[in-house]
Design a protein around this ligand. Structure first.
Ligand SMILES: [Fe+2]
Length: 267
């Protein structure tokens, strides 16, 4: 795995995104087989109720797994640490980036929501959105993501495992300026971007493509609410027009515990 340099770190902080060729072909192959193994194990989604996996809109041309993972077992919140060795290294790699940005060490039981996505052919577009744990919200018929309350991770990292190339991946849009950036990602490339300064969408894909996305909303995330409140500032987006504030990991954990309790109650 290629080192995340200080230059990458400065780019991420200043520009809100950076890209690097992270994996060699043999590492890509290993990571794909580790993801496939995980997919097979959790494909049946019976864990949706307890918040370990999340339903994902699958269709004939897309296979997808959304699951919470952490390098070490989390005793409070749903997560699995039973992931492949390279996968675990990659999660720790992301922990290291978060630690370097914030100056605070990320606990090894901190979870990442990962989505492993295989687009098998031409697929519908994913509308612009911010990634996060939508505590209250919905994705409507037209595939718009709208939330009333959410935990927003600081960063989202996308790794291209198969396919790639021009306009064949996520496009990020600067929320303040509206400028669209379309980083060309090839196999083995990692793109990491600021999930507050940028929203993202995926255009209609023509060619098959496999992506692995990871984001952490346990560790020092942003709390999003619809109404203005003390200490909150506008997210600046037209669709999700609410307000955000950075919160502590303990507060984020309490919100997650509350959400999981409410899911269980509704069963
Ligand atoms: Fe996304």
């Amino acid at each position: 795995m290629k080192k995340f340099t200080n230059k990458n770190l400065i780019e991420l902080i200043n520009n809100g995104f950076t890209k690097l060729t992270l994996l060699k072909q043999e590492e890509v192959s290993q990571l794909i087989s580790e993801c496939e193994e995980l997919h097979e194990k959790y494909e049946n989604n019976e864990n949706n109720q307890i918040g370990l996996t999340y339903p994902s809109k699958g269709h004939a041309k897309k296979k997808s797994l959304i699951i919470m993972v952490s390098p070490e077992k989390n005793d409070t919140l749903p997560s699995t640490d039973e992931i492949g060795s390279l996968f675990k290294d990659y999660i720790r790699y992301n922990n290291d980036i978060l630690s370097r940005v914030t100056g605070i060490s990320v606990p090894q039981d901190s979870r990442y929501m990962i989505n492993y996505r295989k687009y098998l052919g031409e697929t519908e577009q994913v509308f612009e959105h911010f990634d996060g744990e939508y505590l209250k919200g919905f994705i409507d018929e037209a595939n718009y993501h709208f939330f009333e309350e959410a935990l927003l991770p600081r960063y989202v990292a996308l790794l291209t495992l198969h396919g790639g190339g021009e306009r064949e991946g996520a496009i990020i849009t600067n929320v303040a300026s509206g400028e669209e950036i379309n980083p060309v990602c090839n196999v083995g490339d990692m793109l990491i971007f600021d999930n507050i300064r940028f929203k993202h969408h995926v255009p209609k894909l023509i060619k098959p493509r496999t992506l692995l996305g990871v984001r952490n909303f346990d560790f020092l995330p942003f709390h999003y609410i619809l109404e203005p409140n003390d200490g909150y500032v506008s997210l600046g987006d037209k669709i999700n027009y609410g307000y955000i504030k950075p919160i502590g990991s303990g507060e984020a954990k309490d919100l997650m515990v509350m959400k999981i309790k409410s899911i269980n109650k509704n069963e």
